[in-house]
Design a protein around this ligand. Sequence first.
Ligand code: NAP
Length: 311
Amino acid sequence: MKAVQIHTYGDASVLHYGEAEKPSLNPDDILIRVVASSVNPVDWKIRRGYLQDMLPYQMPLTLGWDVSGIVEEVGANVTRFQVGDAVFSRPDIKRNGTYAEYVAVRESEAAYKPRTASHVASASLPLAGITAWEVIVNASQTQPGQRVLIHAASGGVGTLAVQLAKWRGAHVIATTSEKNRKLVESLGADEVIDYTTQNFQDVVKNVDVVFDTLGGDVQEASWSVLKPGGILVSIVAPPSEDTAKAHGVRSAFVFIEPNADILRRMADLVDNGLLRPVIFAEFALKDIVKAHELSESGRSVGKIVIHVGQP
Ligand SMILES: NC(=O)c1ccc[n+]([C@@H]2O[C@H](COP(=O)([O-])OP(=O)(O)OC[C@H]3O[C@@H](n4cnc5c(N)ncnc54)[C@H](OP(=O)(O)O)[C@@H]3O)[C@@H](O)[C@H]2O)c1
């Protein structure tokens, strides 16, 4: 089968489009014929070797951990899916990924894709959507009327987080640059702060939840905008518990795992018109280098999707 693999860590030039072994199935696996995949920053972080200590991979490694496609084969223990089902998944990041014509994933990691969304739109959802859900619904338990500050609201995670926070009834304050203001407002943000001209900490106060997608100085400056008892949730760098205590607030760090239950609930929201995938760019699998360069630029809006096979 065709796949994009890396044989060594490095810059985008190590991405190799060529032939790879079709995955073999474990009894709990389904084999998905991949229609679309998507790019997440973790793909190029892994490619660069940044996560080597946490995720010691064998080479060659197929990158990509989002998929929408068709079930091609089922393992002996599989009960929920049949050949021909249209599914989407954020599979186990420790296994070979989805920049490939076929991927083996545990049935427990997959769900029926949204009926009303294409495979391309569906492939944009799992990793970023599970992340946004884990932060907005689970870690922060955002409640109606609460004030939620979402950093990088125009990103892959942010565009879904804004919508989920609105769906939970929150007042959403979003940071992005001016060029993305209209998009972020169209997703439901009540206030948009252009981070290139304003320091958010000068204009935002009394926030119940900060969603930190950036870490560093942005995380540091975020403590001061929380109200007592509020929570800062980061997906980039574990916040200091001591600093949280000193500010009288709480903190959490989220690193996601596969979660089919969240996928099912997101598919329902999409099919009910309550969650809209945002696609910024689409590339063929053989053009993966361009897709990675765009993601690494830090300027993409919503998601970058990869076309792999026919629907
Ligand atoms: N822990 C986990 O499980 C987990 C899961 C998913 C993602 N992540 C991490 O979360 C981060 C975000 O992921 P993503 O997919 O959303 O990234 P992304 O799509 O690449 O984010 C790009 C967006 O960030 C905005 N941005 C950049 N700097 C900003 C700033 N200082 N203030 C406000 N907006 C800014 C950009 O807007 P402008 O062009 O306007 O600057 C752009 O639209 C990544 O580091 C990723 O690895 C972690």
